[in-house]
Design a protein around this ligand. Structure first.
Ligand SMILES: NC(=O)c1ccc[n+]([C@@H]2O[C@H](COP(=O)([O-])OP(=O)(O)OC[C@H]3O[C@@H](n4cnc5c(N)ncnc54)[C@H](O)[C@@H]3O)[C@@H](O)[C@H]2O)c1
Length: 430
């Protein structure tokens, strides 16, 4: 596995767990040193145990030595990052191409090259071009990854489908053999062209981002028209043609995939002079959502936020991960601090470097101290430990308010407890 991040590490560990000999390589020495001393560099439930188990069984190793990692492997997975290029919506493929050049340099015998990184349609062809000097050694396959952070191990073991894209038939047989332990348990094995596989990944992420954005906009209408958006999600989602997942209103979508992949898809389409207007408007609506939520804080606390004490519960883009990439908190917290608010936050995955240098922003390492003198508690991420907080007991300021961005709490309960409560897409009960 080249690239030992969320995808490379989880996939590498899980491939080892189903009996393969796996070497995970990364250019980040700090990451590899941590892994070699038994510490996972990321927060992912169940991962620590699985690393230990397979490391001890000598099926799994970690290295910065890409030369030996390439030479000892038959199948090489490219799992490096594909972020958005700075100042553009295009995908930065420099990490993919750099490690392709390293594969070319160090390979001395036949290799299967599998792109697990999310890459725009046609990237496999570009990889092949880089490898053309030793063309006979390589078969280039696309095998996009669909795991979700926070559920990554389960998603690897029981994927809805395994997508393999190749222009060579023999590649399907090799990959089918590798994935047999998963297909034996019922996962679908789906084959297509290499370009097809590349596009399936972007299409899936853009569609899921569209579902979230759609219900978020509907939530705005529900708030104004006195309807509960959860009734809409349930009523719509029960239709099997629609499906209930990814239909929960909340903050803007974030994370390491949806924001960059929606932009990446639009830019890939532009290359072919195709206007993906639906995806474009999803991106715009999602960006506007963060402004809408901060405006809502003003509505709750008034226009002057100076010295208002605001406590955040959760700052990651979703629970069970420490990933902060494109989380709504990255925009909301700096904005509120700039307006003079005193922000405290607690997150079960720990303090965040992103907020260390922000004036008036402090990490407090437990729920109670984080919220005790708050004017407003903002529930941003639905970690389990936030599900049954007795706010009356822990907040000393008796005029405090709660802004629940995940609809985790019951409006009726809050009313009963005389707490001013604001949520997303529900009628105002205050
Ligand atoms: N994170 C997810 O939930 C998720 C899910 C599905 C697909 N993906 C896709 O998988 C890819 C990887 O995502 P991620 O979240 O794991 O990224 P990440 O940033 O967590 O990890 C990427 C790793 O690659 C390493 N790297 C970069 N260039 C290297 C090189 N030349 N040699 C060795 N190591 C190198 C980096 O040091 C880093 O550790 C992306 O294309 C992403 O879109 C991610």
């Amino acid at each position: 596995m080249i690239g030992t991040g969320y995808v490379g590490l989880v996939s590498g560990v899980c491939f080892a767990d189903i009996g393969n000999q796996v070497v995970c390589v990364d250019k980040d020495k700090n990451k590899i040193d941590k892994l070699n001393s038994g510490i996972s560099p990321i927060y992912e439930p169940g991962l620590d145990e699985l690393i230990k188990k397979n490391f001890t069984a000598k099926r799994l190793s970690f290295t910065t030595n890409i030369d030996s990692a390439i030479n000892t492997s038959d199948i090489i997975f490219i799992c490096v990052g594909t972020p958005t290029r700075k100042g553009s919506i295009k995908v930065d493929l420099s990490f993919v191409y750099k490690c392709t050049k390293e594969i070319l340099k160090y390979s001395k015998r036949k290799k299967i090259i599998v792109t697990k990184s999310t890459v725009p349609v046609g990237t496999g062809d570009e990889i092949e071009k880089i490898l053309k000097r030793k063309k006979k050694l390589f078969t280039v396959i696309s095998n996009p990854e669909f795991l979700r952070e926070g559920e990554a191990i389960r998603d690897f073991r029981y994927p809805d489908r395994i997508v393999i894209g190749s222009n060579e038939k023999k590649a399907f047989n090799i990959m089918k053999k590798l994935y047999t332990p998963l297909t034996n348990k019922g996962s679908k094995f789906y084959t297509t062209s290499r370009r097809g596989a590349e596009l399936i990944k972007y299409a899936s992420n853009a569609f899921l981002a569209t579902k979230i954005t759609f219900i978020n906009e509907l939530a705005n209408l529900c708030e104004k028209s006195g309807v509960n958006v959860e009734d809409i999600s349930l009523g719509m989602g029960s239709d099997s043609r629609i499906g209930g997942r990814f239909l929960r209103a909340g903050p803007a979508y974030g994370g390491s995939c949806f924001p960059k992949d929606t932009k990446g898809l639009v830019s890939a389409a532009e290359k072919y002079k195709i206007n993906l207007s639906v995806v474009k408007s999803v991106i715009k609506s999602n960006q506007e959502r963060v402004n809408l939520l901060t405006k809502r804080v003003h509505k709750i606390l008034g226009s002057n936020l100076k010295n208002k004490k605001i406590s955040f519960l959760g700052v990651t883009f979703k629970p069970n991960t420490d990933d902060m990439r494109d989380s709504t908190s990255l925009k909301m917290i700096p904005y509120l601090c700039k307006k003079g608010a005193k922000v405290r936050y607690y997150d079960p995955s720990g303090e965040k470097n992103e907020f260390r240098k922000i004036k008036n922003c402090n990490y407090i390492n437990n729920i109670k101290s984080n919220c005790n003198d708050a004017d407003l508690v903002v529930l941003l991420t639905e970690w389990d430990e936030f599900k049954s907080i007795d706010f009356k007991k822990i907040v000393k300021n008796n005029k405090f308010k709660v802004y629940d961005l995940r609809n985790l709490y019951s409006a009726e309960e809050m009313k009963k407890n005389k707490i001013k409560y604001y949520s997303v897409g529900r009628p105002n009960t205050n």
